[in-house]
Design a protein around this ligand. Structure first.
Ligand code: PLP
Length: 418
């Protein structure tokens, strides 16, 4: 099979990839599920059915539109169920997690007093970090993290005490990290915020579909994205607090007046079907996945002792392994892995991968034993429910060989720990 080359900054067109494989089943080990997951067959079925049969505008008034409206309400209830939320009206469907985070940022800034501040973890995805910083210019404070990049309840309590005199519009800490997969203690953080009546937001784009979602509704605000767990791309949601006058944007009465624009019903149906499908086998997937990842770590220790696992001493997503390699160039390693038939990533695909990875690594650099300024490359492997132990083993062997193949005196640093 002819494989698609990695685009090296230049434009690549669809016609240049006539032999790209279907998303599922995928012919090579795919380790970039945190960037996007292949479409789940259940999502595909639900998408097609909604597109074929429920294509009317849910806001219109005739019979076909009523059916579309009913399906929309059904999707909202099913998603609320998965989140452990008794009020489906809290769900606002959006066109993805970035859109949801931007809506939230705008709402927070327009509803808070002009001097209110926002508290963020330093590991937030740019979808949160940049949108909150744009909405609160000069009024964002970063929370401290421990050696593994975890925002502990103690660290949050200290920050809340330190800002005691000022109004805090919201605290935002992602549920699971997109780079290292580190799990944040969001139930405790949410509860601490609740005890001080401070709104708490968690971006759960990487948590959903990988770990149980029940309980997320205890957070005031939750962000989710369909394509991270096998749903279609360009659809997501924001869970908003009950009884809040949330007005994300203007221009239409959709989503109970909370988000304007005709809903993407096939996308929503596909997203909910994908999450339900994942949810059914979640416990099994997580246990098997963690076992395979841990076996891969053992192999890595043998084959690449210099590799450092990012957030290695904290609880992490079962599917994610981010490895820091001192002196290596991430992009070269990923390109070499690709030639060896392994699809992995330098870090977040949604932003400049290297820059996003650098932020994460810089936040925990002191604990990694690397002096500031040490060049290091980061490769992120993020598996899916169909990844096998053999895939993981092949990936670790290929990484060790890629490091040897790319070793040389003239290596430009990609992740600079300043
Ligand atoms: N938030 C997190 C934690 C992510 O990992 C991503 C994508 O990588 C996003 C938000 C953006 O999601 P979307 O592609 O739905 O806009």
């Amino acid at each position: 099979m002819q494989r698609a080359p990695i685009a090296d900054g230049g434009q690549v067109g669809y016609s240049e990839h006539p032999s790209l494989p279907l998303s599922f089943p995928h012919p090579v080990p795919y380790f970039d599920h945190n960037a996007t997951a292949p479409l789940d067959p259940a999502a595909r079925g639900a998408w097609l059915e909604a597109a074929d049969r429920f294509w009317a505008n849910p806001s219109s008034l005739y019979g076909g539109a009523t059916a579309a409206r009913d399906l929309l309400a059904d999707c909202r209830e099913r998603l609320a169920d998965i989140l452990g939320c008794s009020d489906p009206g809290r769900i606002v469907f959006t066109s993805g997690a970035t859109a949801a985070n931007n809506l939230l940022a705008r709402h927070l800034s327009t509803s808070a007093t002009p001097d209110a501040i926002a508290l963020l973890s330093p590991l937030e995805h740019p979808a949160v970090d940049a949108s909150i910083r744009a909405a609160f210019p000069g009024r964002v404070s970063e929370l401290g993290v421990d050696a593994n990049g975890v925002v502990t309840p103690e660290s949050l309590a200290r920050a809340l005490d330190a800002h005691g005199g000022r109004l805090i519009a919201a605290v935002s800490v992602m549920a699971a990290g997109n780079e290292s997969g580190v799990l944040q203690p969001w139930p405790e953080l949410a509860s601490l915020c609740r005890s001080r009546t401070i709104p708490f937001h968690t971006d759960a784009a990487q948590w959903l579909g990988k770990l149980p979602a029940t309980g997320l509704a205890a957070c005031d605000w939750v962000t989710g994205s369909g394509h991270k767990f096998g749903g279609p791309r360009g659809v997501g949601f924001l869970l908003v607090p009950a009884n809040t006058r949330f007005r994300g944007d203007v221009g239409g009465p959709q989503e109970h007046g909370q988000h304007a624009g005709t809903e993407d019903l096939p996308g929503i149906a596909g997203m909910v079907a994908a999450l339900e499908a994942r949810d059914r086998s979640l416990a099994d997937i997580a246990i098997r996945g963690a076992g395979m990842r841990d076996a891969a770590i053992e192999l890595l220790r043998e084959r690449l002792p210099a590799g450092i696992i990012v957030s290695g001493n904290a609880e992490r997503l079962w599917n994610t392994l981010a490895i820091l390699i001192p002196g290596a160039d991430s992009r070269k390693l990923v390109a070499t892995l690709d030639r060896a038939g392994i699809e992995a990533s330098t870090g977040s695909a949604c932003s400049s991968g290297a820059a996003s990875a650098a932020r994460v690594v810089a936040a925990i650099a002191p604990s990694l034993g690397l002096a500031p300024g040490t060049p290091a490359g980061m490769v992120r492997f993020s598996a899916g429910p169909d990844t096998t132990g053999a895939d993981w083993q092949a990936a670790m062997h290929a990484l060790a060989e890629a490091v040897i193949a790319n070793a040389g005196p003239a290596r430009p640093p990609r992740v600079d720990l300043r």
